[in-house]
Design a protein around this ligand. Structure first.
Ligand SMILES: [Zn+2]
Length: 153
């Protein structure tokens, strides 16, 4: 006997959709992504609930008996968020690039950091040991200059 090769990936498949359809009675697929079923929120003998699975992963439901969406989802133990895709694009999560420095700001910054470096180099050449704080400041100056160098490139 051949193994039952069930293909689970169709374009309209979604765990949330399956979860919803499993809770409905007399589910019938009308066409891909469109189903009808008995409405769980009212005494529905012939299916009057239409379920649409949209391209962007949302589940839309319309009961022609006039039930509102909240009572439909709550009567099958779901919430409205169960109709929404798992990863909606959150515009606030899109990271903006940090503002670029203008040329003159970059120049001022480079000069400032260069002065710090030159003071430190002078101290080192004199055989002075630098304090940890100063060493840290030199590293900051160096990375700032490198960053600016990358922007200008
Ligand atoms: Zn209904």
């Amino acid at each position: 006997m051949l193994p039952n090769n069930r293909t689970t990936s169709t374009t309209t498949s979604s765990n949330k959709l399956d979860n919803l359809l499993n809770r409905l009675e007399k589910v019938k697929q009308i066409k891909p992504g469109k189903y009808k079923a008995c409405c769980p929120a009212h005494q529905d003998r012939s299916p009057s609930l239409y379920v649409t699975y949209t391209d962007d992963g949302k589940i839309l439901m319309k009961c022609f008996g006039g039930c509102d969406i909240e009572s439909i989802v709550s009567s099958i133990g779901l919430k409205l968020c169960d109709l929404m895709p798992d990863n909606p694009l959150n515009p606030y999560e899109k990271r903006k690039r940090p503002p670029k420095f203008s040329k003159s700001e970059m120049f001022d910054r480079v000069v400032f950091e260069a002065v710090i470096l030159s003071v430190a180099v002078r101290e080192l050449l004199k055989g002075e040991t630098l304090a940890d704080d100063d060493m840290e400041r030199i590293l900051t100056a160096e990375s700032t200059i490198n960053e600016i160098a990358r922007e200008v490139r």
